[in-house]
Write a protein that binds this ligand. Structure first.
Ligand code: UD1
Length: 456
């Protein structure tokens, strides 16, 4: 049977109301969305010093918002960062008739009476993580229509594993007019082994399985801390999930989930980015930065590499202090799923190697096209040779400021770090990429002494 042959669903779920409905009640769109051509002007050469609090994790907050679709009760999500990606997910949910309200870092989300089950192309193309609504929609409303994300700057990034897993749970899925059209009267538990480790794939399947009939086992599951955080939230809502954080997650489906309050874990990538920024500026007279509200236990691979680069790193409970008073030593990194070195820190470490003593190899194994920042780093005078998935970076004593362009979120962070370590002035264009994942990065770097300003 094709999806189109299935019986018509209740009118309240089929009306095309995606951008009508009540007036938005979340904070006004971020400046980044209104003025996409903002630039950052950075004058390098200042060692970063001071103390800074880190935000909640973007990659945990996004699925936490999608989870709201699984219950008619209210969810309260705390420690949600102020980011363009969070604004996009809020818009996506509001388009489905979900109420989303922000009070500081706290979001209240209620999907009591959703009016649509579609994620339109216009939003999914700007943020791939929109696909996270697929599992919850299907599990609670028996249907979903979610745009395929298409390509993105860092690679093809298909969602075949999400689809494969949901099909194993009994969903009928067709690709029609660029959309994943899925139906399942009630998902049923299944044994799923994903072909590769996928973070949002694991999350989508875990959310869907929470309301399925029977037990689901996900083998080769992503072990990222954000997956564990999502399992905590789901269990607080009444789900029965075990093994999150390992590569085998067992989910016993329940009839319904209820409301809950959850605090999103700290952002390990934001934390790592600020630490590398400090490390890259140590050569200018001693960097000394303490980051608070962090989760050091989620950063082992990154902290090890920073120590190898010559940084003094101390941590305890929820803070990390980094001190660095010389040119970094070059380090080699190879990206891999957690707990190994994160692909989301690759560009930042490449920037560090650009000014290091010696040569380092950066191997990217997760995304096929994640070296877009190399050409821009070369504009600053970096010595980088690429062969396939490997970049050979030979440090130079000084980079020199230039105009460069951000190409994706983490590439932008790498460029900012290189600019902080460069001589003279650098202008980083197209920083709307940066605003997707970093809250007011320029203000917070400025608080650590950096000479950095946003230009409209
Ligand atoms: C998540 C993170 C992103 C991070 C990435 C890898 C979120 C919102 N984003 O992205 O910041 O860079 O993990 O740590 O959490 N793949 C397939 N088929 C699939 C799914 C994935 O081939 O169905 C491939 C991808 O193309 C990629 C690899 O698997 O090469 C890993 O991707 P995945 O873990 O799914 O990345 P995201 O979840 O999109």
């Amino acid at each position: 049977m094709r999806v189109s042959d299935l019986p018509t669903l209740p009118a309240r779920l089929t009306r095309p109301v995606y951008f009508r409905g009540p007036a938005p009640r979340v904070a006004a769109p971020l400046a980044a969305l209104d003025a996409p051509m903002d630039k950052l002007k950075i004058t390098g050469g200042v060692p970063l010093r001071g103390e800074l609090a880190m935000s909640g994790a973007k990659n945990a907050a996004l699925p936490a918002l999608a989870v709201a679709l699984l219950t008619a009760d209210e969810l309260v999500i705390d420690n949600v960062p102020q980011l363009a990606d969070i604004a996009t997910m809020s818009r996506l949910l509001r388009g489905m008739g979900v109420a989303v309200e922000r009070h500081g870092a706290r979001l209240t989300v209620s999907a009591a009476q959703p009016t649509a089950t579609e994620a339109p192309y216009e939003l999914v193309k700007t943020m791939r993580a929109s696909v996270l609504v697929l599992g919850p929609l299907l599990a609670r409303f028996a249907q979903a229509r979610v745009s395929l994300p298409g390509g993105c700057a860092i690679g093809a990034r298909p969602v075949d594993q999400h689809i494969k897993g949901l099909r194993a749970m009994g969903a009928e899925i067709e690709i029609e007019h660029g959309y994943i059209v899925a139906r399942a009267p009630r998902l049923r538990g299944a044994h799923i082994a994903t072909d590769m480790v996928t973070v949002t794939g694991t999350e989508n399947l875990m959310m869907a399985a929470a309301l399925a009939d029977g037990t689901t086992v996900i083998e080769n599951a992503a072990r990222e801390p954000e997956v564990g955080d999502l399992a905590l939230l789901l269990n607080a809502m009444g789900a029965r999930i075990q093994g999150a954080g390992t590569d085998r997650i067992v989910i016993e489906g329940v009839e319904r989930l209820h409301g809950a309050t959850h605090r999103v874990l700290p952002d390990r990538i934001e934390t790592g980015t600020f630490l590398v920024a400090a490390a890259a500026t140590g050569q200018f007279g001693g960097a000394d930065v303490t980051l608070r509200d962090v989760a050091p236990g989620t950063l082992d691979a990154v902290l090890d590499k920073l120590r190898e680069a010559g940084c003094e790193v101390a941590n305890n409970g929820d803070w990390i202090r980094l001190r660095m008073d010389r040119r970094p030593r070059a380090v080699s990194v190879c990206t891999a799923p957690y707990p190994d070195f994160p692909t989301d820190m690759q560009a930042q470490f490449m920037a560090l190697d650009c000014v290091a003593d010696g040569a380092g190899q950066i191997v990217e194994t997760i995304f096929e096209n994640r070296f877009m920042h190399v050409l821009e780093l070369q504009r600053l005078g970096a010595d980088i040779a690429i062969e396939g998935h490997t970049a050979q970076v030979t440090g130079v004593p000084r980079l020199s400021g230039a105009k460069v362009m951000a190409t994706d979120l983490r590439a932008s962070a790498g460029l900012v770090i290189a600019a902080l370590a460069a001589e003279g002035e650098t202008v980083v264009d197209r920083i709307y990429h940066l605003d997707r994942g970093y809250d007011r990065m320029e203000q917070r770097l400025a608080a650590l002494g950096a000479r950095i300003e946003r230009q409209k």
